[in-house]
Design a protein around this ligand. Structure first.
Ligand code: HEC
Length: 120
């Protein structure tokens, strides 16, 4: 009988451990997804650090703040506004609604917000 109890205990402990590991791993994936999407689809114009690629400065008539996603002007904007810029594009910013799912846009938006916070 004692042995059976020990088995049950080990079984439960294993389940708890597996659940912990899986949820930690998926949190990590979420964080990476935003970064991966940004590096693949956005960094060409916005630079890997989000401050804007000087090579495309002509797209915004020399006004880096329009492609700097880490500055005040972006930080002040609401998520809905940034999301609609990402989905529908604006000026020379291409639309991404055919390229990214709503969930991917959320990931990338979260990544942009993080870039903005790191700067302070
Ligand atoms: C071909 C270049 C290009 C690519 C690729 C690009 N952008 Fe942009 N993005 C721009 C330009 C140019 C603007 C400025 C638009 C304007 O103000 O006229 C902009 C503006 C933005 C803004 C608005 C910033 C603000 O302060 O209002 C966000 C947010 C943004 N881009 C996110 C993204 C994300 C996320 C991706 C990748 C999924 C991406 N962009 C890919 C060129 C690009």
């Amino acid at each position: 009988m004692k042995e059976k109890k020990a088995y049950v205990l080990v079984y439960c402990a294993t389940i708890v451990l597996v659940v912990c590991i899986t949820s930690a791993a998926s949190a990590q994936t979420r964080k990476n997804t935003g970064r991966v999407i940004f590096m693949e689809r956005c960094a060409a114009c916005h630079a890997p650090n989000g401050k804007g690629n000087l090579n495309v400065i002509a797209m915004v008539n020399g006004d880096i703040s329009r492609i700097d996603l880490t500055d005040e002007t972006t930080a002040k904007k609401q998520d809905v506004d940034l999301r609609s810029t990402i989905l529908d594009g604006r000026g020379l910013m291409p639309a991404h609604k055919d390229k990214l799912t709503a969930v991917e846009v959320d990931h990338v938006l979260k990544f942009i917000r993080q870039l903005g916070k790191k700067r302070k």
